[in-house]
Design a protein around this ligand. Structure first.
Ligand SMILES: [Zn+2]
Length: 413
């Protein structure tokens, strides 16, 4: 078996610790090894420790000299909308001119315009664009993403999107965790109840039967799916064995976080408008909040979720990009780290925990990825800096040297 020794790491940010998501002050504990090293056999970490000790064990290994740079686990992005056709440049320009969401929607923009383009595209059209996006994630140091369907909104178009993810999984080193988000919006020409019937009676059984998704998600928001409608869809999804994630309280405090608690959902995502009652409900049901500051930034809002209150309440906070063509066109976790620190007042260490080990647990993969420990997958990035805090500090450029997935170099010289 091929072995690899990574030596002379200025800060080897391991995130070693308890085998569960990190909460409270634990979120700031990164278990850094100074002048560290790692021995990798095949796709796994064989041992980890001081560089000198690792060097002694690495007679037959290929040497990767980190040259005093920082090493981190591959980022785990727990909320993305990976597969769609086209972009939303028109909306972007209209927003820059000061037009409102309603005006943009009336002019033919918004999510439904992406739905139209995605419906018109074949699986063969969608795959190369998805591949390009996957490559962007890798180049930002992300080695695992969650990816949602939701730009099809018909049985065949939703299945098509999930099949693109399945094909991409086979050819990209990026690990993809699929989520069914048929309830992303009500398509034109249907009323909500009619569409919900289609989701429950036709889409969900096919998605679960063909094992195309691990999670079921719903856009629980005024004007999309209300609490009762969301409950119906999630109940059906859970019956078929899918785990639950919810888009909650993004535009209004409409009870999404509490619904997530009622379902003991794995995550509640967005939470810009969630108050202390929602936070308490999530805490008692152990729901992980997934915060998406990129989508606040890119729409020009300043309404960031209450990350500090959530950390202080003991929630296992996750941060993610919400990569999508409308409200958050970024695959960059370093950018999200910058926003987490500058806008949500998280420390760089808390941000890194939220983007790695906590995110891994939110995808039911905390035992395999999210930290650098013996027996875990060798997913890691070498950053061109000496101190891990630089990753959040220099913004607009991911200071990456190279990226490894399952022990193979996938980015960098
Ligand atoms: Zn989303």
């Amino acid at each position: 078996m091929k072995s690899l020794a990574v030596l002379h790491v200025s800060q080897l940010v391991t995130l070693a610790g308890p085998t569960r998501p990190r909460v409270g002050t634990e979120m700031a504990e990164l278990a850094i090894i100074r002048d560290g090293g790692m021995l990798i056999c095949g796709d796994q970490i064989e041992s980890i420790g001081p560089s000198g000790e690792i060097e002694e064990k690495s007679q037959n290994a290929e040497i990767v000299d980190a040259g005093g740079r920082v090493v981190l686990p591959g980022f785990v992005d727990a909320h993305t909308h990976l597969v769609f056709a086209g972009n939303r440049l028109e909306d972007f320009e209209r927003r820059a001119r000061g037009e409102s969401y309603e005006q943009i929607s009336k002019a033919g923009g918004g999510i439904r315009s992406t739905v139209e383009k995605t419906r018109a595209a074949s699986e063969r059209d969608l795959l190369p664009q998805a591949e390009k996006h996957a490559d962007w994630f890798l180049r930002c140091g992300t080695t695992t993403i969650e990816a949602k369907s939701g730009y099809g909104l018909t049985l065949e178009d939703e299945l098509k999107i999930l099949c693109v993810m399945r094909s991409l999984k086979q050819q990209s080193p990026l690990e993809i965790v699929p989520t069914f988000l048929g309830a992303h919006a009500v398509p034109r020409g249907m009323d909500a109840d009619e569409y919900i019937e289609l989701v429950i009676d036709q889409m969900l059984p096919r998605v679960a039967g063909e094992q195309l998704a691990e999670f079921c998600d719903v856009f629980c928001e005024r004007g999309y799916f209300d609490i009762a409608q969301s409950r119906k869809i999630l109940t059906a999804g859970r019956k078929l064995g899918l785990n639950v994630r919810i888009h909650a309280d993004q535009l209004n405090n409409s009870g999404g976080a509490k619904l997530a608690a009622e379902f003991k959902a794995t995550t509640a995502d967005h939470l810009e408008k969630t108050d202390e009652h929602g936070i308490a409900a999530m805490k008692s049901a152990r729901v992980q909040p997934v915060l998406l500051p990129g989508s606040v930034y890119a729409i020009g809002s300043s309404d960031y979720p209450r990350a500090r209150e959530m950390i202080e309440a003991g929630l296992a906070v996750v941060i993610a990009t919400d990569f999508n063509p409308g409200s958050s066109p970024t695959p960059s976790m370093p950018m999200i780290l910058s926003l987490a620190c500058t806008q949500m007042k998280m420390s760089p260490a808390e941000g890194i925990t939220a983007a790695t080990i906590n995110a891994a647990y939110s995808l039911n993969r905390g035992n395999r990825i999210g930290s650098l420990e013996t027996g875990k997958l060798a997913n890691f990035s070498i950053f061109d800096c000496e101190d891990f805090r630089e990753i959040a500090y220099w913004f607009g450029i991911p200071p990456l040297h190279s990226v490894y997935a399952k022990g193979e170099r996938v980015v960098g010289a």
